[in-house]
Design a protein around this ligand. Structure first.
Ligand SMILES: [Mg+2]
Length: 459
């Protein structure tokens, strides 16, 4: 009577959300180590490396060209705009053609730029992204959501430095970093003085002389407590005689990161039967790669990641949540420098029919993208049905009718399988029951049916 209970409930039919059905993919890829699988300085090093990079970008460009509008490609990097432009120029000078994305997000989710319309994706023009193409709508929305007023922050930083007795000097404004933004203040150029720079609309960097910092690890919390403003402060790097810290706002209760945009993309994808692909290789990609960012139900395992995998394996509800999430993460691994936090993601979400993380070797991003789309097609039949023809072609799919036949055969096999299993378990239950009955009927406890009979016969 199992099939009776499987009949769809009329209420669920009328309550189903409207699907606009696009079957497209949105790709968010990190730049250093992910989309560009190396170091910029390697381009100048050897002809062999250059040839490798050319070949790499050649194949990935071919795929993206074939996919056309069915994949919307965004690069999301920790670099600033000028630093990205610098990398782009060096690639161009080395003769490496890198296909450009539709949009570029810099400073870990701080500012987004769209590609200048006249610049085709395969033209390596240095001015493809500039302050003129800043997404001001996104910036305004973020400003509304973020607890962030750069002027207030600057004022408080100044007070903090005064109290700590750290020398600073107000100098001229920096015209390069500040293009298109409100005036920037920086203090001092000498290493004995602190310096505050505005790196984007939602990021400040504070350089403090080493001798003024007792403990680098404790400085961020000491600083935020003294400043009395909810800010996220993290240590960035040691440069010369200074420690550089990064100051960023909280947005909707969490620190601004790359996931700010991917969360919105996943929300949209859910309505339209699209898929969001995220690819990264570093700790700043963790928030956008982690399924728990999108499914709060997984948050409770954050403090005990070792128990997450068994929890998923034992809970069909969690498996279902994962399968329905229109997100696939691609972790680009560097065997020489494994990133422990990403390795944990691979362990928890990298296996099973509900897998959300595809690990690939450095330089194998395209393979990861293709695998991720194929994997999600199996997880979500709706997406499979509505898959954009261009994307289907780019993946090199078999003919549609053949796939239909295969799909029908697959469904029939699974129905047959379920039926057999039901019958089998039914028979087993019946058999077990008859054994119990037989035992109690014979009334001889301890008399094992078959093994003893066999033993007796062999003796
Ligand atoms: Mg990276």
């Amino acid at each position: 009577m199992m099939w009776l209970s499987m009949r769809p409930n009329p209420a669920t039919i009328t309550m189903r959300p409207v699907h606009f059905g696009e079957g497209k993919a949105r790709l968010y890829a990190d730049f250093d180590g992910t989309y560009f699988p190396g170091h910029i300085k390697e381009c100048q090093e050897s002809e062999e490396k250059r040839a490798d990079f050319k070949r790499y970008f050649g194949t990935i460009s071919d795929f993206l060209r074939k996919a056309g509008d069915s994949i919307r490609f965004t690069l999301t990097t920790g670099r600033s705009l000028s630093s990205f432009q610098d990398a782009q120029r060096k690639l161009r000078e080395a003769g490496i053609d890198m296909r450009l994305p539709k949009a570029l997000i810099v400073n870990d989710g701080s500012d987004e730029f769209s590609r200048v319309e006249e610049v085709p994706p395969d033209a390596m023009r240095d001015d493809a992204f500039s302050w003129e193409t800043l997404d001001t709508f996104r910036q305004e929305r973020l400003a509304d959501l973020a607890d962030w007023n750069p002027d207030v922050v600057r004022q408080r930083v100044r007070t903090f430095l005064q109290r700590q007795g750290i020398a600073y000097r107000e100098t001229s404004k920096n015209p390069v970093l500040n293009r298109g933004l409100a005036p920037l203040e920086s203090w001092g150029d000498s290493p004995s003085q602190a310096k505050l720079e505005r790196e984007g609309a939602f990021q400040l960097s504070l350089s403090v002389p080493k001798k003024a910092v007792d403990d680098v690890a404790r400085f961020p919390s000491q600083f935020t407590r003294a400043v009395g403003h909810r800010l996220h402060v993290s240590f960035l790097e040691k440069s010369g005689d200074q420690f550089k810290f990064r100051i960023r706002p909280f947005v909707e209760g969490k620190k601004l990161g790359k996931s700010h945009d991917t969360i919105r993309a996943v929300d949209a994808a859910q309505l339209q039967d699209d898929l969001v692909l995220v690819a990264g290789n570093g700790h700043n990609d963790l928030d956008m790669l982690d399924p728990a960012t999108y499914l709060p139900v997984f948050k409770r395992w954050e403090t005990m990641p070792a128990r997450l995998k068994p929890a998923i394996e034992q809970t069909p509800y969690l498996q279902d949540c994962l399968k329905k999430l229109p997100l696939m993460g691609i972790v680009v691994r560097d065997p020489e420098h494994p990133e422990p936090k990403l390795e944990r993601l691979i362990q928890a979400y990298g296996e099973g029919p509900w897998r959300k993380i595809i690990p690939v070797e450095k330089g194998d991003l395209l393979n990861g993208i293709q695998q991720a789309i194929r994997e999600y097609r199996v997880q979500n039949p709706q997406f499979q049905r509505k898959l954009d023809p261009q994307l289907r072609e780019a993946l090199g799919d078999p003919l549609p009718y053949r796939r239909q036949v295969l799909h029908t055969m697959g469904t029939m096999v699974s129905i047959l399988h379920t039926g057999m299993r039901t019958l089998h378990s039914g028979f087993r239950a019946g058999f077990d029951y008859s054994l119990i009955w037989l035992r109690s009927f014979l009334g001889r406890p301890g008399w094992r049916l078959l093994p003893d009979a066999e033993n007796a016969a062999s003796r």
